[in-house]
Design a protein around this ligand. Structure first.
Ligand SMILES: Cc1ncc(COP(=O)(O)O)c(C=O)c1O
Length: 366
């Protein structure tokens, strides 16, 4: 068979272990997953109500243009319907962008560490990958600019960045966008935008109107609590959207996912409450790190990456035995650190008490 050569060296995406598997393996009754930055409060109660009573005809294909959802998002953001593209999660949009713009002979620039799907997809398409180390977990935009040349096709900016949780400030973004050459598409992945509270971050919508080489990516998987439904969207000028739409799969959002995303979008009070609860939860982790003198990255998201001064794979295993699934920094390119999704107040308290126990066992804390 004529496989792409690069596939032989690749591994499938390694998601956090499923809860049921961990329960079985360790004989646990309760397992909490703080590994994939989902919303610990679920989604708007309006979604659950709808799902109890809806009578969708599942024999019929969904609306491939997601018209109702498109109208709802366009109205919410005050953008044109033709400036939106919907994906089966923003993962799908990353794959669509990559498929449309990356191929052998061109290169793509991204931060390191950052979200793995940028380089994973670029690898599949055979493009050259240029990773630019972050500085204190933050994108080094001047260094990223320096990597751009005639053959650069896509630059990925993840703000807030996964796994470090840091943002690109408005001033940095403005400077960067003004210098990126017009032949390069800038992808600004804003999967965690709803959680940002740093005033140095400003509304990014004006920038896609100003620059016809910019696409913003957002998702219903994080603050909106609909990760299982797989809905993400991109915002860009019409000619970018039209090209990407040609690459999109025909029915890439299900009937139910389109319906629930509309309901979730309407409940902005739920989002605000989650944001406030996340701030309180984040403070529990920051306090823990400060008390124990562990480095942490200042997070503008619903997760936090912090130092454990021990083998992060071992801490990951020990926490799993105790009923918490997290991400080892070693798997994310940040050994010695762990990435933990901020849970409910109770989950955070229990997690931190158990982590203290593990770090004492490891001789990190006395
Ligand atoms: C930065 C970033 N972008 C995109 C995604 C993909 O999200 P989804 O495909 O669920 O929209 C994630 C998920 O973890 C992420 O962290």
């Amino acid at each position: 068979m004529k496989w792409k050569q690069q596939i032989f060296d690749m591994k499938p995406y390694q998601p956090g272990k499923p809860i049921e598997e961990v329960k079985r393996e360790y004989g646990l009754e309760e397992v909490v997953k703080l590994a994939s930055n989902e919303n610990p409060f679920g989604s708007s109660p309006k979604v659950a109500e709808f799902l109890k009573t809806n009578e969708t005809n599942h024999a019929i294909y969904p609306d491939g243009y997601a018209q109702k959802l498109r109208t709802a998002v366009a109205n919410h953001l005050e953008v044109k319907e033709s400036e939106l593209i919907f994906g089966n999660g923003s993962d799908d949009l990353i794959a669509i962008i990559t498929r449309a713009l990356l191929y052998p002979g061109v290169n793509t620039v991204m931060a390191d560490p950052s979200f793995s799907q940028y380089w994973h997809n670029a690898d599949i398409e055979g493009a050259e990958i240029r990773k630019v180390p972050t500085v204190d977990g933050r994108h080094d935009l001047p260094a990223m600019l320096a990597q751009i040349d005639e053959q650069t096709s896509v630059v990925w900016i993840c703000s807030p960045n996964n796994p470090t949780g840091t943002i690109v400030t408005d001033a940095e973004l403005q400077q960067f966008l003004a210098q990126v050459p017009a032949h390069v598409l800038v992808v600004l992945d804003e999967a965690y935008i709803e959680y940002i509270n740093d005033p140095a971050h400003k509304n990014t919508l004006p920038y896609y109107r100003q620059y016809n080489n910019l696409i913003l990516l957002r998702t219903f998987s994080k603050a909106y609590g609909l990760a299982a439904f797989r809905v993400g969207y991109g915002i860009a000028q019409e000619d970018i959207i039209a090209k990407l739409d040609a690459v999109r799969g025909p029915f890439n959002n299900t009937v139910l996912s389109q319906e629930v995303a509309i309901l979730a979008l309407q409940d902005q009070a739920f989002i605000e409450n989650c944001r406030l609860a996340n701030e309180k939860g984040k403070a529990q982790y920051v306090d823990f790190c400060q008390r124990h003198r562990l480095n942490y990255y200042p997070s503008q998201t619903n997760f936090i990456l912090f130092e454990v001064k021990a083998d992060s794979n071992l801490v990951f295993q020990e926490m799993m035995k105790r009923g918490f699934i997290i991400r080892s920094g070693a798997a994310l390119g940040v050994p010695g650190y762990i990435r933990v999704t901020i849970g409910t107040e109770q989950q955070n308290a229990k997690f931190l008490a158990l982590l203290e126990e593990v770090l004492q066992e490891q001789g990190v804390l006395v």
